[in-house]
Design a protein around this ligand. Structure first.
Ligand code: HEC
Length: 217
């Protein structure tokens, strides 16, 4: 009898238990969910807009940045054109000595041609600039190294050669500019024909000149 009761009791008991367990879970399931960070997706047009801006921006920079040149603005000052485009767009006949000077020489010799004491000699009032046009053309074409004296100061650096980067017209234009327009310099202009001649005569030269070699010219 007792056994029968038990067997009868058991399911009831278990049913009770289940009910309360479910109720427990039910309570738990009604708790507010833990807060968490969500990545909210924006509208597609926004992403398209961002990507498009980047593409357009990169393209614009590429076109108008002026080759990251330290002197990119100088062409702008002298030519009234767009920065960095002065040399590229200038036809050979109107090569501007000022803009070549600005982009190729001013980094070292400074925009006013005064150089940097102890490092880069001045071009204003310098004998190498004002005396022999041939010596000047030689320096520009092949560079200069070793000890030199300019305006009472000694320099011992290396001036890079430009023969492979500047054409005859360009060398003549920049030489003319530094001889006749830079600072107080007032010497004759240099002809492209002279550059052509010097280039031809010294075409085998591989190293920059030294002061002694220039003396011997
Ligand atoms: C990288 C720096 C640098 C650049 C760029 C440069 N020079 Fe020089 N230049 C020098 C140095 C350094 C010397 C002195 C070399 C030595 O000590 O032997 C020099 C010397 C000279 C001299 C003879 C010394 C004097 O002051 O008269 C002339 C002329 C000259 N440079 C012209 C030019 C011209 C023109 C350009 C542009 C086409 C140019 N340089 C670009 C560094 C430079």
């Amino acid at each position: 009898m007792i056994d029968e009761n038990r067997r009868h009791d058991h399911p009831i008991q278990s049913e009770k238990n289940e009910v309360s367990t479910l109720a427990l879970h039910d309570d738990a399931m009604h708790e507010t969910a833990e807060p968490f960070e969500d990545t909210i997706k924006g509208p597609v047009w926004f992403y398209l807009f961002v990507v498009l801006s980047m593409v357009v921006g990169a393209f614009y920079l590429g076109r108008h940045m002026g080759r990251l040149d330290t002197a990119a603005h100088i062409g702008f000052l002298h030519e009234g054109g767009k920065p960095g485009q002065a040399q590229e767009s200038a036809p050979a006949a109107t090569v501007s000595g000022a803009s070549i000077f600005g982009s190729r020489c001013a980094t070292c010799h400074q925009a006013n041609g005064q150089g940097v004491p102890g490092a880069f000699p001045p071009l204003v009032g310098a004998k190498y600039v004002l005396e022999s046009p041939e010596v000047l053309v030689n320096i520009i074409l092949h560079g200069l190294q070793g000890e030199i004296e300019v305006a009472g100061q000694t320099y011992n650096g290396i001036m890079p050669p430009w023969a492979s980067q500047l054409g005859d017209e360009e060398v003549a234009a920049v030489a003319s500019y530094i001889r006749s327009e830079l600072g107080d310099n007032k010497a004759d202009k240099v002809d492209a024909a002279l550059v052509k001649k010097v280039r031809e005569q010294t075409k085998d030269r591989q190293t920059p000149w030294t002061a002694d070699e220039l003396e011997a010219l």
